[in-house]
Design a protein around this ligand. Structure first.
Ligand code: FE2
Length: 264
């Protein structure tokens, strides 16, 4: 029953996304990238939920939230031609409006719908409140981790030296191989998440992605980050300076330390 319902959700998401595809080829490609992202985050979330042995109710909420977490991206891109919330709208909130308007969650219990909407609203916020109730916190944490795993994959593809420049993905940041923001370095060394508004170059983006080690919730996610070599590849794109070597030591120690830690 759950699988059938979720399959319906997958089809509805795909149809909704394609209804928003523009004519222009690069714009279509950017939309397709987001649809692929939604479907991969759905799979990543399922893997995390299984590995962490979540309760069936939490799994159901998590999968629906993961599938639809970025549904707001399609109307956002159509209207503003950007995925940058600071220049357009909060795509988490917009996504919840889309879900309501199109009734994509109909058929789920009121509590499940509420938990799904909450996870979607929380997926793109800088921090999660420590006081969230478990029904909201667990799915939100899984979706945030699954989202990050796929963003690592996408960004690394676009940050490789032979990659075609796509400013929509790399957020118009400048490619200056020797330049990075010292404040982002300080934040990482102090154990803080990087501040988006500090980013000016692609190296700053690499640093920001490195700082996500402080915002990975599950050991399944940390293991995946290590095993897939995401941090190694990000760090190897940064210039070889004493400060960056400190960053490398700090972030690698952080994921390795917690990758084997049990959930509670
Ligand atoms: Fe998102």
């Amino acid at each position: 029953m759950m699988v059938t319902e979720l399959e319906r959700g997958v089809l509805e998401l795909c149809r909704f996304a394609r209804d928003h595809y523009p004519q222009e080829q690069l714009e279509r490609a950017n939309m397709a990238l987001k649809l692929d992202h939604c479907l991969r985050v759905f799979q990543e979330a399922e893997s995390i939920a299984m590995e962490e042995k979540l309760e069936p109710d939490a799994v159901r909420v998590t999968l629906w939230a993961a599938l639809f977490h970025d549904v707001g991206r399609f109307p956002q891109y159509l209207a503003y031609k950007t995925f940058d919330d600071r220049k357009s709208v909060d795509h988490g909130r917009l996504g919840v409006r889309v879900l309501k308007k199109h009734g994509f969650l109909e058929g789920l219990s009121a509590q499940t719908q509420k938990a799904v909407r909450t996870a979607i609203i929380l997926h793109n916020k800088r921090f999660l409140s420590a006081s969230l109730p478990e029904w909201a916190a667990v799915p939100a944490r899984v979706v945030r981790d699954a989202d990050k795993l796929d963003i690592y994959k996408i960004l690394l593809q676009h940050l490789r030296p032979d990659a075609a420049n796509n400013p929509v993905v790399t957020m118009d940041l400048r490619d200056e191989p020797e330049v990075y923001n010292e404040e982002l370095v300080r934040q990482i060394l102090d154990g803080e998440l990087g501040d988006y508004s500090r980013m000016q170059t692609l190296n700053d983006f690499r640093l920001l992605l490195c700082s996500w080690v402080y915002d990975l919730n599950f050991s399944a996610t940390k293991k995946a980050v290590i095993q897939r070599g995401y941090l190694d590849e990000l760090l190897s794109g940064l210039p070889d300076t004493p400060r960056i070597r400190q960053v490398r030591k700090t972030v690698l120690a952080r994921v390795r330390e917690y990758a084997t830690e049990p959930l509670n």
